[in-house]
Design a protein around this ligand. Structure first.
Ligand code: IMP
Ligand code: MG
Length: 172
């Protein structure tokens, strides 16, 4: 059973706010959005349609082992950027930040390509779980330490298509 944590309406309204903030901040700048597959693809597709300035879009795919509910700490890159980001203003778009290993890895990796700047936009932030400090510039929602699915987020590749975000409740 899935218990709703964030509704479609809440998500939609917050994304409009994020989009207009990003549009203002990056106006006149050369922006490249780097979305993290697979989880962030739904968030990215809505967010980019709420951004009113020009940008280029690219994807990376990261992978932190296994079908467990916690990050293994070992992050690998399955797909790197295809667009040259040197001298550009990069905005990473990610679904959720938990302990921080994934984004820390990606920030380090992208900075080696000499972009003009790198900022992070996450839909969900499990603030209390953080083990590594990650500079998050845009945050959709702070969420409690629960395992969340839907709106792109999966558990063992299931539930990505739910239009809302929910928590899996185990049956007693
Ligand atoms: P971190 O490296 O611990 O910050 O974990 C971030 C990654 O773990 C995200 O990109 C997600 O793929 C996954 N993750 C963390 N928490 C959740 C969750 O509640 N639901 C689904 N995936 C999660
Ligand atoms: Mg992810």
């Amino acid at each position: 059973m899935i218990e709703k944590v964030l509704s479609e309406k809440q998500i939609r309204e917050r994304i409009l706010e994020l989009g207009s903030e990003i549009s203002k901040d990056f106006s006149g700048k050369n922006m490249i959005i780097v979305s993290v597959l697979k989880g962030a693809f739904v968030f990215t597709s809505d967010l980019i349609r709420s951004i009113s300035i020009p940008f280029k879009l690219d994807f990376v795919q990261l992978f932190s082992y296994g079908a467990s509910k916690t990050s293994s700490g070992k992050v690998e890159m399955k797909k790197d950027t295809g667009i040259d980001i040197a001298g550009k203003n990069v905005l990473i778009v990610e679904d959720i930040i938990d302990v921080g290993y994934t984004l820390d890895f990606l920030l380090t990796h992208l900075r080696e390509k000499n972009p003009a700047s790198v900022d992070v936009c996450v839909l969900l932030d499990k603030v209390e779980r953080r083990k590594i400090e990650v500079p998050v510039r845009y945050r959709g929602f702070e969420v409690p330490d629960k395992f969340l699915v839907g709106y792109g987020l999966d558990f063992d590749e299931d539930f990505r298509g739910l239009p809302y975000i929910g928590e899996i409740k185990e049956k007693a």
